[in-house]
Design a protein around this ligand. Sequence first.
Ligand code: GAL
Length: 656
Amino acid sequence: MIAQVTAPRLGVCYYPEQWPREWWADDARRMREMGLSQVRIGEFAWSRIEPERGRFDWAWLDEAIEVLAEAGLAVVMCTPTATPPKWLIDRMPDMIAIDAMGRPRRFGSRRHYCFSHEGYRAESRRITRAVAERYGAHPAVIAWQTDNEYGCHDTTLSWSVAALKSFRSWLVNRYKDIGALNAAWGNAFWSMEYGSFEEIDLPNLTVTEPNPAHVLEFRRFSSHQVVTFNEAQCRILREYSPGRTLTHNFMGFVTDFDHHEVSRDLDVASWDSYPLGFLEQFWFTTDQKLRYARQGHPDIAAFHHDLYRGVGRGRWWVMEQQPGPVNWARFNPSPLPGMIRLWTLEAIAHGAEVVSYFRWRQTPFAQEQMHAGLLRPDRKDDVAADEVRRVVADLQSLPDECVDTQRSTVKAEVALVFDYDAEWITQIQPQGAGESTLRTAFEWYSALRSLGLDVDVLPSSADLSLYKVVVIPCSPIVSESFAAQLRAISAHVLIGPRSGSKTSHFAIPWELPPGNLQSLIPIKVIRVESLREGMIEPGRHFNVHRWLEHVETSLVPEWVLMSGRGVLYRHQNVRYLAAALDDTSTRQLMKTLTQEAGLHLCDLSEGLRLRRLGDLRFAFNYSTHTLSINDVLPSNARVLRGAVTLAPAEVAIWIE
Ligand code: GAL
């Protein structure tokens, strides 16, 4: 029987196969000394576990697990399928993925497999069974991670022969009749009609854009391939390793497959948090990239914590936490001193059961030699090691019942709806450069958080009945059940532009957007326009940019542009926003909405963020200057960590 530990745990990612055996015991001892209690191993170790097909070398891994276990560390074991070894590629060369340009994604790094290749799927089950049989019942093994970061390096979509074959049978299953597919996709357009399912290709390498209905189906199919690939591993792990927690380490800002669907087969969602790398690689403005270069945008980590709490149906971990500069972004600054601690405490404040650092020691060789660890390559402590020790002291100072991960996570009063297929739709048909559901969701989330609010990020299928405010940044396809749920709830609802704008076959609904949402609010979107950067449509107290819809309605608009065009409409508890607002205006709208719903707001200074966990309240300073939290600290607060003035990267924790 494995004891249920409910206090948050700290862990680390470790690669015994990359270090001399003589170091293992000392590493394990130092991990314990630092306050770590679990170690993730094995996700890239296939070539060492099985150097030739069918010849397994378990001795080293047996020993590594024993060494870790003896030191009192729990082990998170992985299936090594993200790195199929060379002998396997040589045996079935067509198992590698093909990119959208038709080029093979060759051996020599990782994730060089196609989710649709039946031979590789069988190999994935075979190696999973072998590892699970060997270690499934080991008392130190408390959890399993499947594969590693599905979708990383753009690997969800593969344009291979195997994918084509499976895509066709998936379509047969879905449509049964080719006439039905032609009708659903609108293939009368440009003479795209097919005579049989065998004629359908993957939607790449077309002269101009392929039919968006075709692409959407390919995206759904590709997502399904990830789900079933993962499910097959989970089934084996459950058989050989009963009672252990199953997880997968999802990524930041990666949306190429439906994470909720994958997560259905898992017990816990985990994700890999690299706030500085993400800030550098994604859509943030130069100003934000400079301002938060060493801290990360204050909502990057939090957004994902709240997203993955939803994906994990309440249970989630950070599997990899950035420990210092990384190697893979365009620029890789060092975090401000204190940020590793701040990021860890922020995760715990959002209800993380585990925060695990990537990686134990910086490796002096191969691709990630410029990526920091908790230790330097010379085995001395790196900067993060002391920050981890500080976190351990922080956790010890908090009352146990407040950080009980099974009980303390509070339900937020605001729900933000985000579905993965909504992002696929804006990617397939942006209609304005850079338009993205994910980006809009992040901007709305950020506006809400800057008002001191906690937010749950949920799919449209979630139960929304207990929320006071429900915001829907962009839901192009609205299922009948989602529309029915929205009609039934009494929350203040804000629906964003493009919602209800597509049928499930990627067409404009006959009744015009917002389609079935017209049962909630009587408006019709009769035209949309996208605005290039710098094109601003001013209102009296707000600004529209990027996206503007023309609306036909008998409702009197609440917000009107100087041009006279309405952009915000309200009917009973439901509002429809027919435009994209700049950050200041978004914040203003969120303020109106949440104030009306009676929520308690704080006007936080730039870079300050709050979060509630049980009876605890956390404040985080993401700015580069000292901030006062006087305005948010109630007079009866019992401060446990930090002080009224918060230096950059400092955290305050109090009980109200
Ligand atoms: C993650 C990955 C790790 C490592 C890390 C570097 O995406 O899971 O294996 O590559 O990034 O930051």
